[in-house]
Ligand binder design. Structure first.
Ligand code: CO
Length: 170
């Protein structure tokens, strides 16, 4: 197992549409283990494969520290098959855009289908924070970031702050 490097906003891999996984093999299982390790190391609650530079449709989420005992999943080729008309608004951040946070409106509940790392079909009915985390990570697989889901004005403010943070980090 290994902690991998998390790529940051500006890396084109974050803007690609990730590829479907076709082999549920040892390489995939190692990728998933590394993704969990990388996510825990970074103290995140979710991570998508493109965030470690791998353009494949794989995500991990673990909310167990957030009072969601069941919410530890690794999903391959996930897709949202249903989403609620009811939305809610809550702050989001992203390990690929450290230092930025903004309120994002999303469906409050979703049903997601996909596969586990061994290739068995999985169906998840999620709401609240779990639903939000799954939608955020599935967005990553389509090259979408949370900053794309806020108003143009908010987005301009976020980008300004990001440039400032990047300049300070140099
Ligand atoms: Co993210």
């Amino acid at each position: 197992m290994a902690v991998r490097e998390i790529v940051l906003l500006g890396d084109p891999v974050l803007r690609r549409k990730a590829e479907e996984v076709t082999s549920f093999d040892a390489r995939l299982q190692e990728l998933v283990r590394d993704m969990f390790e990388t996510m825990y190391h970074a103290e995140g609650i979710g991570l998508a494969a493109p965030q470690i530079g791998i353009p494949e449709r794989v995500l991990v989420v673990d909310l167990r520290r957030e009072d969601e005992p069941e919410a530890r999943v690794a999903l391959v080729n996930p897709r949202v098959v249903w989403s609620s008309d009811v939305t809610d608004r809550a702050p989001e951040g992203c390990l690929s855009i450290p230092g930025l946070e903004e309120v994002v409106e999303r469906p409050e509940a979703v049903h997601v289908e996909g596969f586990d790392p061994e290739g068995a079909p999985v169906r998840i009915e999620a709401d609240e924070l779990f639903a939000r985390a799954l939608q955020h990570e599935i967005d990553h697989l389509d090259g979408i970031l949370f900053i794309d889901r806020v108003s143009p004005l908010k987005r301009r403010m976020l980008m300004k702050k990001w440039k400032k943070l990047q300049a300070e980090a140099k």
